[in-house]
Each structure stands twice: as structure tokens, then as C-alpha cells.
Design a protein around this ligand. Structure first.
Ligand code: 5AD
Length: 358
């Protein structure tokens, strides 16, 4: 008893030093915006829940320093599910003959924008498969018309790999941002996820061109895609450290029944959340969405994403009749919700965790 009393102060001091040392890795990540590989690996694999809570807490704090309690809403318009590519993970791959294909007309896209405008969206995201009917001119025309009607909105494109000229003309027509996930920064792993003819090299070429032209550029990867290792995730972090994208979209891999990866396990929600937190500390100013795939694998996945440092949500503005046809993976959420309902739901979810949707 006397022994304990005498040593209380010492034990407490040692305990404090231990706690400070334990969180040192997170403090350094926050301050230096980087860590060595072994430390990143530790954060991705650690079973220490206090350490991981602290990682997410600090990421959330940095997001609040940058953006306050505002979560930015981007109106997502899925313009076509035709795709010439045959990516092994994707539900709308060319080889999936079960998909009923659709392509929105210019008028339908403009209607979605009108609805989005009425709901208060300040950004429209036109996303689609690599549709060969989306010619340079057609996209240019749609972008010009959106720009003419809504000079103050941001126009984001996410239409895959295209030529430098396409990217240049669409930028000149008024597009300001482009999303093109790199999917994995390991060229061998890239080749396991994609068919012959697609390469990591070309993906990087596109990303560099987009940045050079002046687009706000977004990239990112699936977490837990088949064959992915922790080293691959670290390579993804290094790739983004080099590229310095303005937007970073990551979500867990979710299997789709009509793809070669039908029987593969889904990615981990927890690993995705840790990566969001790490990326927030490495890229304080980047726009990082809490993705639909995160919301698909966990009921409160998008809220958890925000609590780990994400600051963007992308509610769907696509016509409900076509929603189900844009199933990149199984059980995708919000398939039946009208744009207004989908926005209202997210507004409520954000309110419940102390944030607001803008
Ligand atoms: N699971 C999770 N994300 C997927 N994507 C495509 N297929 C899947 C899937 N099965 C992601 C890709 C793509 C983005 C539009 O959707 O990362 O870049």
C-alpha cells in the first residue's frame, strides 16, 4: 500500500509519457503531412482502438479548421451506363449483357440540372461510363449549355479516359473539375483489375493532362479491391502525395454479381475510414467525399466518413427510372429516392451529427 502511494506520481508520469509517445505518430502526420511507410502501415493495421479514435478525431479537427461544420453537396447526374471498357470490378462493364443500357439526352441532363438548381446545388457532376456516343462535340455542347444557363455553378466531369484534345475543349467550354480515380497505383495490380488495353500509365497520363489544363482534379481508389495489399494502399498514398489532387474519392470495393469478381469479399469500412482520416491529415485542403459505397456497406457509413474527416456528399440527381441501371456494385443505396428526398435525407443525417449541408 505504502509502495503504491509513494510511486503514484511516478506511475502517472510514465503513463503520460506513454500516451504522448503513442499519439506522436498522429501529431507528426498532422504537422508534416507525411509519415514513413512503416508508420502508415501501423495506422492501417493497428488493433489499438484509442490510437485510431485519436487519428479520426484529429482528422475531423483539421476538416473543421478548413471547412467549419459545412458539408458540401455535389449533385451527381449519371449520364450514361454505356461503357466500352470491361473493368473486372464494375457492374456496367461492357461484358455485362444483363444491364439495360441508357443514355440521358441533353434535355434530360438539363432537366436534372434545373432540379438541382432548385434544390440549391452549386455543383453538377456529370458522370458516366466511357460511352463512344459521347463525342467531343456532344459533351462540349452540353457543357456549354450548362455554363450558359448557370454561369455560377461548378461543372464537374467524370467521363473516364479521353484524349488531351477532349479535355482541353471541355475545359474551354466551361467545365472546371474532373474526377478520374487512379484505382490503384501499383501497375501490376492495375492490370489485375482491368482488361488488356487499359494501363496505369495511360491513367496517369490523363491525370497529368487534366492538372496541366487547369482542371481541379480528383483521383482516388477502391479500398479492398481483389488482390490489393497494404503496400498497394501505401503506394496509393504516395501517388497522391506526388499528384496533389484537389479532390480525393475513396470507397470500399463492393462486389457485383454479374462481374468476374462476384465472389470476392467486399472491402473494409474500417480501413476506408482510416484512409479518409490519413488523407485528411496529408491533404488538409482537399475535398474528400463520404462515398455512396461507404454508405452501402454500413448504414451510417457516410456519417462515419464525415466523422473521419470527409467534407463532401454527392446526392443523386439522376432520373429515378434510370438509377437502377447505374449499378456499379450490388445493393447500391438511394436507388428509389427522388433528388429532393435524397437531399433531405442527407440534410437530416448531417444535422444529427452536428454538421450542415451546403
Ligand atoms: N465497388 C466499389 N466501387 C466501384 N467503382 C466501380 N465499381 C465499383 C465496385 N464494384 C468505383 C470506381 C470508379 C467509380 C466511379 O466507382 O472506383 O472510379
Amino acid at each position: 500500500m505504502i509502495f503504491y502511494e509513494m510511486n503514484d506520481g511516478v506511475v502517472w508520469n510514465i503513463f503520460c509519457i506513454f500516451v504522448v509517445m503513442k499519439y506522436d505518430v498522429i501529431d507528426r502526420l498532422r504537422k508534416e503531412r507525411s509519415l514513413v511507410d512503416a508508420e502508415l502501415r501501423e495506422l492501417l493495421l493497428s488493433a489499438d482502438s484509442e490510437l485510431i479514435d485519436e487519428l479520426k478525431r484529429q482528422a475531423r479537427e483539421v476538416a473543421i479548421e478548413q471547412f467549419g461544420r459545412e458539408i458540401k453537396a455535389r449533385g451527381l447526374i449519371e449520364v450514361s451506363n454505356y461503357c466500352k471498357n470491361n473493368c473486372l470490378y464494375c457492374g456496367i462493364r461492357a461484358g455485362n449483357k444483363k444491364v439495360e443500357r441508357y443514355r440521358l439526352s441533353k434535355e434530360e441532363i438539363l432537366e436534372c440540372c434545373e432540379q438541382g438548381d432548385a434544390l440549391g446545388f452549386k455543383t453538377f457532376v456529370l458522370q458516366g461510363g466511357e460511352d463512344v456516343r459521347h463525342t467531343t462535340e456532344w459533351v462540349e455542347d452540353v457543357v456549354s449549355e450548362i455554363r450558359r444557363r448557370w454561369p455560377d455553378k461548378a461543372i464537374t466531369l467524370s467521363l473516364g479516359e479521353r484524349t488531351d484534345e477532349d479535355y482541353e475543349r471541355w475545359f474551354a467550354a466551361g467545365a472546371d473539375r474532373y474526377l478520374l480515380r487512379h484505382e490503384t497505383a501499383n501497375a501490376c495490380h492495375y492490370a489485375q483489375l482491368h482488361p488488356e488495353g487499359m494501363s496505369f500509365e495511360n491513367r496517369v497520363r490523363c491525370l497529368r493532362t487534366l492538372k496541366r489544363i487547369g482542371y481541379e482534379t480528383g483521383t482516388g481508389m477502391m479500398v479492398g479491391s481483389p488482390g490489393q495489399t497494404v503496400d498497394d494502399l501505401i503506394a496509393d498514398l504516395r501517388f497522391m502525395e506526388q499528384l496533389q489532387p484537389q479532390m480525393i474519392g475513396i470507397g470500399p470495393f463492393v462486389s457485383h454479381r454479374d462481374t468476374p469478381f462476384a465472389d470476392c469479399a467486399n472491402g473494409s469500412v474500417e480501413t476506408t475510414l482510416r484512409l479518409i482520416a490519413i488523407l485528411r491529415l496529408m491533404h488538409p485542403e482537399a475535398n474528400i467525399p463520404a462515398t455512396t459505397s461507404l454508405g452501402t456497406l454500413a448504414g451510417n457509413g457516410r456519417e462515419l466518413g464525415i466523422m473521419a474527416g470527409a467534407n463532401v456528399l454527392m446526392p443523386n440527381l439522376s432520373p429515378v427510372k434510370d438509377r437502377k441501371k447505374y449499378a456499379l456494385y450490388d445493393n447500391k443505396i438511394c436507388m428509389d429516392l427522388e433528388a429532393a428526398e435524397s437531399r433531405a435525407l442527407l440534410e437530416e443525417q448531417m444535422r444529427s451529427i452536428g454538421y450542415f449541408l451546403s
